[in-house]
Design a protein around this ligand. Structure first.
Ligand code: ADP
Ligand code: MG
Length: 668
């Protein structure tokens, strides 16, 4: 591997990337600490003459070098070393060493110090030493050298106007970069490390500005794309009249927004957010009818087969009586079945195609696609979402994305600069709040008794186990074990099992049996996480709840409380709990509000992981932290609007500097 390859692995492909490769932290080598005052736990630099240097061969070979600075002695200890080092670190030589001090058997010592041989006339550095993020094969010295050289050549003109930067208290860009790469000895270390220093804020602002500029440009480009307006009112009215319920106020509101978008010549790019069970599917069905009523086809893609099949079942139930042709496509179908469906779709004999990512395989051709719906959109990669939308010819299909993972407002602003958002913030009437209980697994017998009682009352029960992962099987009671145990314990009850490794036909058969009430208890891994709808299920037990994430627990719990019966969710955990696991379970106990749960989840996890960093404009952010830097994010958004109104060259220069080579993140 060449240095260039290694640098590329660090994301460094240009001089700009080098300059923007900023230190993680700093080491202060501008001072020498007298050895007599060095204490275990300090990180410091000492300097002295070598008075002893020996290779100790007891147990593991180590090189021990003792330094004396006239006032005290300290040992430098090397566990890995070369012969050349033994020769270099000879008695009588002077050494400057930097590192973490610990108490050793014979006084203080530094294990694996960074060191250099010095003569008495060598001056100390006058700047703090930056420590950069790096990868194997690129030493700090190499990086520092390359960055310093780039810094000495660089002469970047500011792309941010002084009247924007000034009021925010931000120094010019070059000045900020010089300070961050080479802080003077008296620079405030803590402000540099927590990134509150004005130089850091300049960089963060620049980065947020680049993100806003690029998202706004992508949006403007999309606005020039064409779509076929969908206006099929009559079909929509027929479905509305045939539904077994009335839309809630929130659904009506969301539907009006979606319906209006579909009538436009510009492709819809809308996210429909609504808590688990809020009734997003019917909005998708109405949208499909509007497309079909305009003589177009519609497609709905869901992340798992179980979920896709549930959608298919439900949509068929609503639409087939109205003469709409609904078809189903998934990886598990026999090749002959798939081929037949593909032919029907290609021939225009299917109005609505429902399925998994099998829908975006090359062989699938939906010639007349007017609307693409993506359920649980965050579970798909950008490429899959785009593939479903890729239309034929000039016009793009409209796209509706649905998600039960609410995005808090602070994130929405940056993440969704390019999306319209509708929210269903109301549950259909008649839902009963689910009562949540936390119990340790020591009380498993009581939980099993509860399962019995629920079934005796004519109800059904979910029993959820963490995913089967080979690497974790040791301490993890898998769904298979749980199923075996429960089958014995519950003797006369009908206990079924589904998990991700089962053949699809078997999985579907078991789910069907549960839906039809032919099973009392369904033991499952998280394959039931999304979308399964069995109103008669009133109890959910989650084993090893401490291993699940908050979003997952919330989704799972949303599977109960859908019918008239009083419902409960038992979170069974194995103590001791980590601090985060404790906090997660506490959140689940305290609230059932999806938005509140998402907010707390964000606090626990940070935004990147929350959204799946690669999926969003968020991936453009290396330095900014949307919680900490919310104020700068707002300022960047306003500045982006002003810049976009001005000469394009300045915008280009800014984006080149910040985003070169990372455009793929913008397609979301
Ligand atoms: P989600 O938003 O989680 O996808 P679904 O679309 O699966 O929710 O809806 C959950 C359940 O609520 C389904 O059984 C659906 O038919 C039902 N439902 C949806 N809207 C209403 C309504 N307005 N009134 C009564 N039931 C509804
Ligand atoms: Mg759903």
């Amino acid at each position: 591997m060449t240095d260039l390859d290694r640098f590329a692995r660090l994301g460094i492909r240009s001089e700009a990337d080098l300059l923007l490769h900023l230190p993680l932290r700093y080491e202060d080598e501008t001072r020498i600490t007298p050895i007599a005052s060095v204490r275990p736990g300090d990180t410091c630099q000492v300097c002295g003459e070598i008075v002893r240097s020996e290779v100790v061969a007891r147990g593991r070979r180590t090189l021990a070098v003792e330094l004396d600075d006239g006032g005290g002695r300290i040992t430098l200890r090397f566990l890995n070393f070369y012969g050349s080092q033994v020769a270099q670190l000879a008695v009588g030589r002077r050494v400057r060493a930097y590192g973490d001090v610990r108490g050793g058997l014979f006084g203080v010592e530094i294990v694996h110090p960074r060191y250099r041989m010095v003569s008495s006339s060598d001056a100390l550095p006058t700047r703090l030493t930056p420590v950069y993020p790096t990868v194997a094969g690129i030493g700090q010295a190499t990086l520092r050298g390359a960055i310093l050289e780039a810094l000495s050549r660089a002469d970047w003109a500011d792309t941010v106007e002084a009247d924007v930067a000034g009021p925010l208290g931000l120094p010019p860009l070059m000045q900020a970069l010089r300070l961050l790469h080479q802080p003077p000895a008296d620079a405030p270390l803590s402000a540099l490390e927590d990134r509150s220093h004005p130089a850091w804020r300049r960089l963060i602002f620049e980065e947020l500005l680049a993100q806003q500029l690029s998202l706004k440009r992508a949006r403007a480009a999309r606005a020039t794309q064409r779509a076929v307006p969908l206006t099929g009112r009559a079909q929509v009215a027929r479905l509305m009249a045939a539904l077994p319920f009335r839309l809630t106020g929130a659904q009506q509101h969301a539907w009006r927004e979606v319906s209006a978008d579909l009538r436009r010549h510009e492709p819809m790019n809308r996210l429909l957010q609504g808590d688990v069970g809020s009734g997003k599917t019917v909005i998708a069905a109405l949208a499909a009818m509007q497309a079909i009523g305009s003589g177009r086809q519609a497609a709905l893609m869901a992340p798992t087969e179980i979920l896709a099949e549930q959608h298919w079942r439900k949509l068929r139930g609503w639409l087939e009586p109205l003469g709409i042709r609904v078809a189903w496509l998934a990886g598990s179908l026999k090749e002959s079945g798939k081929k037949a469906t593909r032919a029907e779709v290609a021939g225009g004999r299917v109005d609505l195609l429902v399925g998994t990512h099998a829908l975006v395989e090359d062989t699938v051709d939906i010639p007349n696609l007017g609307l693409a719906v993506v359920d649980e959109q965050h579970r798909f990669g950008v490429a899959q979402r785009l593939a479903l939308r890729a239309g034929r010819g000039e016009a793009l299909p409209h796209q509706l994305m649905m998600s039960a993972t609410p995005i808090p407002r602070t994130l929405a602003m940056t993440y969704y600069a390019d999306l319209e958002v509708s929210v269903i913030d109301e549950l259909p009437p008649g839902r009963r709040p689910v009562r949540t209980k936390l119990v340790t697994e020591a009380r498993r017998a009581e939980v099993v008794a509860r399962v019995r009682a629920a079934v005796a009352g004519g109800r059904q029960v979910y029993w959820v186990c963490p995913l089967i992962e080979e690497s974790e099987t040791l301490d993890l009671q898998t769904a298979i074990d749980a199923h075996a145990a429960l089958s014995t314990e519950l003797g006369d009850l009908r206990v079924g099992l589904v998990h991700g490794r089962l053949p699809s036909a078997e999985k579907a058969g078991t789910m069907d049996a549960f839906v039809r009430g032919e099973l009392d208890v369904l033991v499952a891994t998280t394959v039931i996480e999304v979308g399964v709808d069995v109103p008669n299920a009133s109890l959910m037990v989650i084993e090893h709840a401490e291993r699940f994430g908050l979003a997952q627990l919330h989704q799972l719990r949303g599977r109960v409380g859908r019918g008239a019966a009083e419902s409960a969710c038992v979170l069974m955990y194995r103590p001791p709990l980590s601090a985060t696991a404790r906090e997660r379970l506490k959140v689940m106990y305290e609230t059932t509000d999806g938005f509140e749960i998402a907010r707390r989840d964000l606090l626990l996890r940070g935004p990147g992981e929350f959204l799946g960093a690669r999926q969003s404009g968020l991936a453009l952010l290396r330095f900014a932290d949307l919680d900490r830097d919310a104020h700068l994010a707002e300022a960047a958004r306003d500045a982006a609007d002003r810049m976009l109104a001005g000469p394009g060259a300045q915008v280009d220069a800014h984006l080149r500097r910040w985003l070169a080579g990372r455009e793929e993140f913008l397609k979301a």
